[in-house]
Design a protein around this ligand. Structure first.
Ligand code: IPM
Ligand code: MN
Length: 349
């Protein structure tokens, strides 16, 4: 009996999470496993009502779960940064989810803006460091509000933080049945402290993985090649900020936010899975948002729990839906409503 904590969150979060739970329930019956869900109302609505982002007990309670499923955090009436720092980033940091795993896979039938590229070309994984870098929130203002004002924002990169991230990426590349190529994405020509350390750690660790081919590219070049030659990539490893940026680009070439999901992993603790798009306030309550990203997050969650067969069934079913049913993956253009897409996935299981 798994314990799954569910945080539907804001905007369209609850709608897409409903569909993910619908699919998970159906697949659990087919694959004979059980779970209970524990619902949490963290998000902008709760914050506006109570003034609290996460209650003090939240982290302790969530640590007891086997996994967390998150919808979306973000509210148009809350100043940027409050919910992100107070909920999403706090969960990632306090639960030591030091990996942000982003599979980028173009499914058959899904439109990509890349001309002449298909599912055989777009199939890679980004491993983003998820606890350090610019996201630590270190910095200060000097002479704030004056014409001489300066803002400092520190990127923290510890050897231990880098090594545990690289180890995950090397292991994944070795296990993955592809080209076994790991690309470090950095900016060694400008960020001569941070990426000097990343590069040294990377080349050192590479010696322990003779089966893995390694490669290095600057982040700007990665952006170029992701559009020009996405087939070059197998696994990409990078820091928190670059990982954030390149995974939005990556999401677009796999069909957009309607399908893109990710995992915040603590390989030694509790991990959290989420569709990577935001709360999409303008689509809220209209039954038009695409639930496939949330359903994919549910799939990753089950895979992570060891329910490999269930995860495979969900992926097959999603492919069936994208290749034979949906007109588009964009909100309001699918040819079906949110709940119908969930039903279709269940039907094809
Ligand atoms: C993401 C998001 C978050 C991030 C925001 C909402 C803080 O963009 O999960 O990629 O920057 O990590
Ligand atoms: Mn992002």
């Amino acid at each position: 009996m798994y314990k799954i904590a569910v945080i539907p969150g804001d905007g369209t979060g609850p709608e897409v999470i409903n569909e993910a739970l619908k699919v998970m329930k159906a697949v659990s019956q087919k694959c004979n496993f059980n779970y209970e869900t524990i619902m949490y109302d963290f998000g902008g609505t709760r914050y506006l009502r109570t003034g609290e982002t996460l209650p003090a007990s939240a982290i302790k309670e969530l640590k007891k779960a086997d996994a967390i499923l998150l919808g979306a955090i973000g509210h148009p009436d809350v100043k940027p940064g409050i919910l992100e720092k107070g909920i999403l980033l706090k969960l990632r940091f306090d639960l030591h989810q030091y990996i942000n795993l982003r599979p980028v896979k173009l499914y058959p039938g899904v439109w990509t803006p890349l001309k002449d590229k298909g599912p055989e070309d777009i199939d890679f994984i980004v491993v983003r460091e998820n606890n350090e870098g610019l996201y630590v929130g270190e910095g200060k203002f000097i002479k704030k509000g004056t014409k001489d004002e300066v803002a400092l924002q520190v990127s923290r990169n510890s050897r231990k933080g880098i090594d545990r991230c690289l180890k995950f990426a090397f292991d994944l590349t070795q296990e993955r049945n592809k080209r076994k190529k790991l690309t470090l994405c950095g900016k060694t020509n400008v960020l001569t402290y941070a990426f000097d350390l990343w590069y040294r750690a990377f080349t050192e660790m590479a010696k322990k993985y003779p089966k893995v081919t390694t490669d290095y590219a600057h982040v700007d070049a990665i952006c170029m090649w992701m559009v020009k030659n996405p087939e070059w990539f197998d696994v990409i490893v990078t820091d928190n900020m670059f990982g954030d940026i390149i995974t939005d680009l990556a999401a677009m070439i796999q069909g957009g936010m309607g399908i893109a999901a990710g995992g915040n992993l603590n390989p030694e603790g509790v991990s959290m899975f989420e569709p990577i798009g935001g709360s999409a306030p303008k689509y809220t309550g209209k039954n038009v948002i695409n639930p496939l990203a949330a359903i994919s997050a549910g799939m990753m969650l089950l895979d992570h729990l060891g329910e490999k067969e269930a995860a495979k069934k969900i992926e097959k079913s999603i492919i069936e839906v994208t290749s034979t049913k949906l007109k588009s993956l964009a909100a309001g253009k699918m040819g079906y409503g949110t709940t119908e897409v969930g039903d279709l996935v269940v039907q094809f299981l």
